[in-house]
Design a protein around this ligand. Structure first.
Ligand code: ZN
Length: 681
């Protein structure tokens, strides 16, 4: 069955590839297979498949532009036989590289593990790769050949590279290629060969990978990709035996069933060492359990990867160290550095921070910042709670207990106990689906390595119908436009939210929603303080940012805000500033959003939110001139921001925004109308 689908895929692929021939310029390889006395080499050079066969006795170097250089004369390697190493003074560990070769190299260089020529520079030190070199990124082959060469250099200096297999290595070997980068689909398509066959036993890299361990111990530290669950450790606590099981049985067998007898299913599935996420889930795991597992292993520390963290995190005084520092996003990452019993976070700039020290504020992220860095539409959260009860008491501020499951790019990332409440003013009353506030629980955040800001705010569509979802996306665009005007304002991200009834485990809603920054996150990133009381009027505000704010609200046709009553408005004070800044939020009443429940305040002389009404107080002619210049300067960017919303907003809505922008500029540029439009209050 799999093969048939594969052939269909090939036919489809070739049609696509032929149609777009010129757009593919991938280079990939080399993939080398040993056949008797010769080497069969395949590679892709600027989109074109190449191959050559050379006699082993005549082989020299493989060297092609943009591809790893491989010494064809020295394709031998030493299989990993021991599982335990003692007396190692210095080591580094890194995990979940996921094809981000450049970032990986940069981290190794900045910590002098390799030199400027990418050669081993770490003497007798050890480098441990804690799994997941494969998938997601587009430089997997580069990473593999680099490590293939590096481990020889390390050995000859008395050091050692340990490449431990993660779940993604095993997935690829088992023909589970759902996460490979499209470049590798191209390689596979053009060579008419399923991707996993490039890593079959007969290939150099495939043979080499099959000689690798899944766990290792150095001094009193054990390393494994996912973790050792209690279930596994109660049945088998000998790491060398676990390695044998993987090498002899699991790597060559992709038909392991949950009901199979013996240890295999336990090692292979979710409680197994490559998939287990218990250590990264605060629920159900604690220091006592860590001590239990460590005692069974006879170790002091377990180092794991697998679950992406905002940084390297140490829990329970270095008993569990989680080192997947989210390198997979290709932006930043960390390396674990060990020196004679002490652990450090090694940062990209080469600096080292002792893991025992409390992380400084600037070294850690809030949970919102983490979601923000993922980009739009990459995160899904499922909330499991008694939703009926929440709705019944939707006007109450009380939190209900619930569970949150975070799913990043369709891969379940974390699950933990949270508290959930409704929030908002009007929406809470008029909407079938009110906005939510999630309390992430400070102790959990600490374990997960986040800053202590514990509130996540979610704006859901008022109802599940298409127009309400679209209106929510319009709000997102408004937040993005306001980011141009003031980067110190509320940021939003589009996420998917599933609401699941705890009683029957049925999905009640499955919606595109917004995650919106909390004011505490803004003060966290800016060092500002929120001013909750004591606002004495417009004069207390920074005048220019106030003007930008009122003109923007006019642009989006929003009258649903008030500084006096702090309605849909937060005030902050930046360090060293003597004036306050106002931050607007909740734009659902804006005419440009077009919610059917939005009406202007009774005291205003307008009948509909679609009628422009300027809310600025005592605005002078010179100030309007200042704003004219200011808005003229950002016109292009505003239009671009609207155009760039095509991936979440319909053309109709985008045109509506553009039309309103045009008419806003027309009013602003019509100096004769200034008095009537902007100086009436
Ligand atoms: Zn993993």
């Amino acid at each position: 069955m799999k093969i048939n689908i594969f052939i269909l895929f090939l036919i489809f692929w070739f049609n696509v590839a032929l149609a777009q021939e010129k757009t593919y310029t991938y280079s990939d390889g080399p993939y080398i297979t040993e056949v008797d006395n010769s080497l069969e080499i395949q590679w892709v050079e600027k989109g074109i498949l190449k191959d050559s066969t050379v006699l082993k006795s005549e082989a020299s170097w493989f060297s092609k532009p943009g591809l790893p250089i491989v010494n064809l004369n020295d394709l031998s390697f030493k299989p990993d036989e021991s599982t335990s190493f003692e007396g190692v003074k210095e080591f580094v560990a890194i995990s979940d590289i996921h094809g981000q070769y450049d970032l990986f190299i940069e981290l190794l260089k900045s910590h002098k593990v390799i030199d400027q020529e990418n050669k081993w520079n770490f003497g007798k030190g050890h480098l441990v790769i804690v799994g997941d070199v494969f998938d997601r990124g587009d430089k997997v082959t580069e990473t593999l050949w680099f490590l293939f060469n590096l481990e020889k250099e390390a050995l000859s200096s008395g050091g050692k590279v340990h490449l431990l297999l993660g779940n993604h290595e095993v997935m690829v070997m088992h023909d589970d290629v759902g996460y490979i980068h499209k470049k590798y689909r191209y390689t596979s398509g053009i060579s008419q060969k399923p991707y996993f066959k490039f890593f079959s036993k007969k290939t150099i890299l495939g043979h080499w990978l099959r000689s690798k361990n899944i766990c290792v111990s150095i001094n009193d530290v054990a390393f494994v990709h996912g973790g050792f669950s209690k279930k596994v450790i109660d049945k088998e606590n000998d790491l060398s035996k676990i390695n044998r099981f993987f090498k002899d049985e699991i790597l060559s067998n992709n038909n392991i069933m949950k009901g199979d007898p013996g240890l295999l299913p336990l090692l292979y599935f979710e409680n197994g060492p490559l998939w287990y996420r218990g250590y990264a889930n605060p629920d159900g795991f604690d220091e006592e359990k860590a001590i239990y597992i460590l005692e069974k292993l006879g170790k002091k520390t377990i180092v794991i990867g697998h679950t992406s963290m905002p940084r390297i995190v140490s829990n329970y005084q270095n008993k569990i160290i989680l080192i997947d520092s989210s390198i997979k996003f290709g932006k930043t990452g960390e390396i674990l550095y060990y020196n004679e019993g002490e652990f450090f976070r090694g940062l990209l700039d080469g600096s080292k921070i002792n893991l025992e020290n409390k992380p400084k504020k600037d070294g850690i992220k809030t949970a919102f910042q983490y979601v923000y860095d993922l980009g739009d539409q990459n995160l899904r959260i499922d909330l499991i709670l008694d939703y009926g009860l929440l709705i019944k008491n939707k006007l109450s501020d009380d939190y209900l207990p619930g569970k949150m499951i975070a799913i990043h790019n369709e891969e379940k990332n974390r699950e933990w106990e949270v508290k959930i409440a409704t929030r908002g003013n009007t929406r809470r009353q008029v909407c079938n689906i009110p906005p939510l506030k999630i309390d992430l629980q400070k102790p959990n955040l600490k374990i997960l390595g986040f800053a202590k800001n514990d509130k996540l705010k979610i704006v859901l569509p008022c109802d599940k119908s298409k127009s309400f979802v679209e209106n929510t996306m319009k709000e997102h665009l408004i937040y993005q436009m306001y980011q141009l005007i003031d980067s110190l304002s509320f940021r939003t991200r589009i996420i998917k939210v599933g609401i699941i009834n705890a009683k029957d485990n049925k999905i009640k809603y499955d919606l595109d929603a917004l995650m919106i920054e909390d004011v505490d996150d803004i003060t966290f990133r800016s060092g500002a303080a929120e001013i909750k009381e004591g606002f004495t009027g417009i004069d207390a505000l920074d005048r220019e940012s106030y003007l930008k704010l009122v003109f923007f609200q006019y642009l989006i046709l929003n009258c649903d805000w008030s500084l006096g009553t702090r309605h849909n408005m937060k005030l902050i004070k930046l360090e060293g500033a003597d004036k306050l800044r106002a931050l607007p939020y909740d734009f659902d009443y804006a005419g440009l959003v077009g919610q059917n429940y939005a009406v202007p305040p009774a005291k205003f002389p307008i009948e509909s939110v679609l009628t422009p009404y300027f809310m600025g107080f005592h605005v002078k002619q010179s100030e309007i001139e200042l704003m004219l210049t200011y808005f003229n300067n950002i016109e292009k960017e505003l239009i671009e921001t609207i155009e760039n919303s095509a991936y979440y907003l319909s053309e109709k809505s985008r045109n509506k925004f553009k039309k309103r922008l045009e008419s806003f500029y027309k009013t602003l540029r019509n100096k004769k109308g200034w008095k009537r439009n902007f100086m009436h209050r």
